[in-house]
Design a protein around this ligand. Structure first.
Ligand code: SAH
Ligand code: SF4
Length: 364
């Protein structure tokens, strides 16, 4: 039997075993605080106290998929579908530039039709024209073919977020229908394709899903490391009443426990992968008003303020009670500056804020 080192000895390690990660994930009280402080210390040592912003543009909620947890699933007839016009998307991008955000992230439901693919290519090219390519572009548009990923990359997108949702195949099929549209192996393959296309590739999982164990979460962290991704987005699962998974809501940990688990995941991942970009997801703030700051203080270094025009935000109803749905971008920015200063961090304006893990490897 292998011996598991004492808690504080585990905290000083960088290569953690699955069993050691589980010890950290189970930490409570003073041990939990020591873990979160260690996550922060490792981040400050490698990345300083800068936070990068991505202006989030949720430009459409039409989705071909039927994920069991998400309000945008095609089977949900209770959501009003919308799609921003090209001009509206470009206005959001211009606003991001004016606010000094440095990057935008385009996110939507998953569509693979030719009109959609052409449109994204065109929009990416148009966004790149703003102030001679000064905005970095992250896409989060689901699973696509290698050719599509390449076209969007060549148009100027350079980061892509595709959460694996769970790296455990069995759990994956408990939260997705098992069919050709929702194929675990294909999702992993897409991450490989994104990496070889040249994107800074990001993935992530929801924390606190029904049927999810600490063993699954430990394996998720090792999956991120094994995939050698440049970015990770982790957030608590939030039950949505108009989805099939909602009926298991009594099986999941409380909101406070899901938040705590997310913070521990962030801190442990920072030990495992000190130089990646890690997003403090909006879902954190939905379960806890201080959630985003807590995520930054545990090791995250990216925030995605919402730039979607107010009238559409409530229709991008991935999960209930989304934070900041009523804030204007100006309010959001001054609020963020103040909130981050209060925890000793500062926003790095007018920069792309690329993943150090990626740029070092690429020799940039
Ligand atoms: N369609 C794209 C991008 C939009 S969904 C895709 O699926 O990749 C973006 C993320 O929202 C998903 O990756 C998922 O992790 C998260 N999400 C969906 N439903 C959620 C819920 N009920 N609680 C928390 N996060 C959720
Ligand atoms: Fe569609 Fe993404 Fe929601 Fe799945 S998670 S239903 S792909 S928007």
């Amino acid at each position: 039997m292998t011996m598991i080192p004492a808690f504080d000895d585990i905290l000083r390690k960088q290569d953690l075993s699955r069993e050691e990660i589980k010890v950290l994930l189970a930490a409570e009280g003073d041990e939990k605080e020591r873990l979160l402080r260690r996550g922060l210390a490792v981040k400050l040592q490698h990345l300083d106290n800068y936070v990068h912003l991505r202006g989030l543009i949720e430009f459409g909620n039409v989705c071909e998929k039927n994920c069991f947890y998400c309000g945008l699933r095609s089977g949900n007839e209770r959501v009003e579908r919308y799609c921003l016009s090209d001009e509206e998307v470009l206005d959001c991008a211009r606003l991001a530039h004016e606010l000094g955000y440095g990057s935008v992230a385009l996110q939507s439901g998953e569509r693979c039709d030719a009109a959609f693919i052409d449109r994204i290519e065109r929009l990416v090219r148009e966004i790149k024209k703003i102030d001679n390519g000064s905005l970095g572009i992250t896409l989060s548009l689901g699973e696509q073919t290698e050719e599509t990923y390449r076209r969007w990359f060549e148009a100027g997108a350079h980061r892509y977020l595709l959460r694996i949702e769970s790296s455990n195949e069995e759990l994956y099929y408990k939260i997705h229908p098992k069919n050709s549209l929702h194929d675990f192996r294909h999702r992993v393959e897409c991450l490989e394709i994104l990496k070889r296309t040249g994107y800074q590739t990001g993935t992530g999982v929801m924390v606190g899903l029904p049927f999810q164990t600490l063993d699954h979460l430990a394996a998720d962290l090792l999956f991120f490391k094994q995939m050698d991704v440049a970015m990770v987005g982790l957030g608590p699962y939030i039950p949505h009443p108009d989805t099939p998974l909602y009926k298991f809501k009594d099986l999941i940990p409380s909101a406070a426990e899901r938040m705590d688990l997310t913070l521990k995941m962030i801190a442990i991942l920072r030990l495992l992968m000190p130089e990646i970009n890690m997003v403090a997801a909006t879902a954190n703030q939905t379960v806890d008003p201080q959630g985003r700051e807590k995520a930054i203080s545990a090791g995250a270094n990216v925030i995605m303020p919402n730039l979607t025009p107010g009238e559409y935000r409530e229709s991008y109803f991935i999960y209930p009670d989304k934070a900041c749905v009523h804030d204007t971008p100006d309010q959001c920015q001054s609020c963020l500056d103040i909130r981050l200063a209060a925890i000793g961090h500062k926003i790095l304006y007018n920069a792309w804020g690329d993943s150090l893990a990626f740029t070092k490897k690429a020799g940039v």
